[in-house]
Design a protein around this ligand. Structure first.
Ligand code: AMP
Length: 587
């Protein structure tokens, strides 16, 4: 608990607090290269829109402490919705627009929202991505049914309104143009939002964030890590469905009195210069993206990176997945700007490791996200003994000696036991938080991240649980058993590869039949979880490598897929199983 006994409001800190000093300054700059809409909202205008949205929520019966699920594309109304929730003390839960009905249903079931806010469709690469039928299906699948669904109609796809449940945002907004909705003061420890993330089990965990600790952590990070000043512009290319979107598209920059750019579109459309064009136009001083995006740009004409005036830009921050040295070197050179890697998680809400130039200037070492950030007592723990590793360059589990600083998760929504048993362990009188990442620390205190210790994979900066993908594939009637592993990929960092045992293998006995079945199963994953979780390949085998006690040897499968030595296999039941995996990947 941080700042217990205090009262505050996140929306007040992000919006209202700035009205007197910077009311006419840009707050939210919405840019969609998909619909060709570009619209800037001043703090005053944002304040008005958020109040209209808050009035609608209240009209629809949303009260303090109620959950509101937001399933929306990257549009300004999603920002209004988030801020309106925290304004009235409601707890938002944003679900990434790329997730499909099953993934959405499990989150509706867990968060039990009073209201869901959505839109007819998103757009990606010029294609309309309809949302409404996925939402209707998710509500059908869930045992919890929200009383109302508020729909933003962009005029992109059919809405199929459900009588008595679906409400039209534009109509209700019109009725509330001048409604004043004051901020509801909440306890410092009042939950501001729930954000679901993947873990070892198939069931996503609802990371629960507080209010005051989060506001303080973000405000401090703007100064000490990102070095963004009030009046400047922050551009994070993430999505509001992820933690970076929460912390550094919406709350961080606004709390810091900065304008924030919310971008709907691809980094290479209309051409690979679009981001840099925005940097020039809005004098962006801080930019935040993911290594995958840098790798995408690396494949394009490099002249796009030097075509625009980037003099306002102080640094490019990259996070979400390992930043490889060639990518860091290339983009740093091409932009002629400092590249700052930072390491963190949905759970922590802000960086655990970074170079904090706002505290103390320090050189960057490519391949490393830097040193432990103030507030985090980061230690490397020996997996077998539980002892702290003090020796340089020795691998251990990255842990934080509790308590966690302000801004980190309070608990797992509705499941304190799971929070404690998942993340915390007591080692020699120390209570330690596990990040579930491997790492090493060099002689200078710089950390290097070596991948997850659990079954979480990271595809293009998106965190996915292999168990969730396995459960989805298993729902196909011909799949008896399946193993999904993350395999190193040059562009995306990792991709998911599945190995499935069929009940009736004759269906995939020819190459053509196997390909057909592979496509059918991929469609199952698309429909249930979303294309973001679709494996790059689904290969069919007759047996999976397991230990004699029946445990799936995922690390061995992964090693074989990456052409590495599979390690100690003395406990393996059937060595031929691994050979099959080997044959199928080299085939
Ligand atoms: P998420 O919760 O989606 O932000 O994913 C968090 C996980 O992404 C971490 O536990 C790491 O495995 C990985 N990750 C995030 N940032 C970095 C980074 N800068 N370098 C290496 N891995 C990272």
């Amino acid at each position: 608990r941080w700042f217990a006994g205090g009262q505050t409001n996140l929306c007040h800190n992000a919006v209202d607090r700035h009205l007197a000093t910077r009311g006419d300054q840009n707050a939210l700059i919405f840019v969609s290269t998909e619909t060709n809409i570009e619209k800037a909202y001043s703090f005053k205008e944002l304040h008005a829109e958020v109040q209209r949205m808050a009035a609608i929520l209240k009209d629809l019966g949303v009260k303090k402490g109620d959950r509101v699920l937001i399933y929306m594309p990257m549009i300004a109304e999603a920002c209004f919705a988030m801020l309106a929730c925290v304004r009235i003390g409601a707890i938002h839960s944003v679900v990434f627009g790329g997730f499909a009905s099953h993934a959405l249903a499990s989150r509706i079931e867990d968060a039990t929202p009073t209201l869901i806010i959505s839109a007819d469709a998103g757009m990606r690469g010029g294609k309309v991505v309809p949302y409404k039928h996925l939402l209707d299906e998710a509500i059908r699948l869930s045992s919890h049914k929200p009383a109302n669904v508020l729909m933003v109609n962009r005029g992109l796809a059919d809405l199929h309104p459900v009588e008595g449940r679906d409400q039209d945002y534009a109509t209700l907004r019109q009725a509330n143009m001048d409604t004043v909705v004051p901020c509801e003061w909440v306890d410092s420890t009042h939950p501001s939002y729930i954000l679901y993330t993947s873990g070892t089990t198939g069931k996503p965990k609802g990371v629960q964030r507080d209010t005051a600790g989060y506001a303080v952590a973000l405000a401090a990070s703007m100064k000490h890590i990102y070095m963004g000043n009030p009046g400047e512009t922050y551009f994070s290319t993430s999505d509001i469905g992820w933690v970076v979107g929460h912390s550094y598209i919406i709350y961080g920059p606004l709390i810091g009195g900065m304008a924030t750019i919310m971008y709907e579109g691809l980094p290479i459309r209309p051409d690979a210069g679009i981001w840099w064009q925005l940097v020039e136009k809005y004098k962006v001083s801080v930019m935040f993206s993911a290594p995958t995006a840098a790798r995408v740009l690396k494949k394009q004409d490099p002249s796009y990176l030097t075509k625009y005036d980037l003099s306002s830009l102080k640094a490019l921050f990259l996070a979400g997945e390992p930043l490889d040295v060639p990518t860091a070197t290339w983009i740093g050179g091409a932009l002629n700007k400092p590249i700052i890697d930072n390491y963190w998680q949905t759970e922590t809400g802000w960086p655990i490791m970074a170079i904090c130039n706002g505290v103390e200037q320090a050189p960057t070492k490519f391949g490393s996200p830097g040193k432990a950030v103030y507030g985090f007592d980061v230690q490397l723990i020996d997996e077998t003994t539980g002892e702290e590793i003090t020796e340089a360059n020795k691998k251990g589990v990255i842990a934080v000696n509790g308590p966690l600083p302000p801004g980190c998760l309070q608990t797992v929504w509705g499941d304190d036991k799971r929070y404690v048993s998942t993340y915390w362990s007591s080692i020699h009188n120390k209570v330690m938080y596990s990040t579930f990442d491997w790492g090493v620390k060099d002689e200078d205190g710089y950390f290097f991240i070596l991948g997850r210790t659990d079954d979480v994979i990271n595809v293009a900066g998106h965190r996915l649980g292999t168990r969730e993908i396995e459960e989805s594939i298993s729902s196909h009637s011909n799949v008896a058993e399946v193993a999904v592993v993350g395999v190193a990929d040059q562009l995306k960092g990792q991709v998911a590869v599945a190995f499935a045992v069929l009940k009736d293998p004759s269906v995939a006995s020819t190459e053509a039949d196997a390909q057909k079945l592979e496509a059918v199963i991929m469609k199952v994953v698309d429909d249930q979880l979303g294309a973001v979780a679709r494996p790059a390949r689904i290969r069919f085998v007759t047996v999976l490598p397991k230990t004699r006690s029946g445990k799936l040897l995922r690390r061995a499968i992964q090693a074989v897929c990456e052409g590495r030595d599979a390690g100690d296999l003395t406990t393996m039941e059937d060595p031929a199983a691994l050979q099959q995996i080997k044959d199928s990947v080299t085939h």
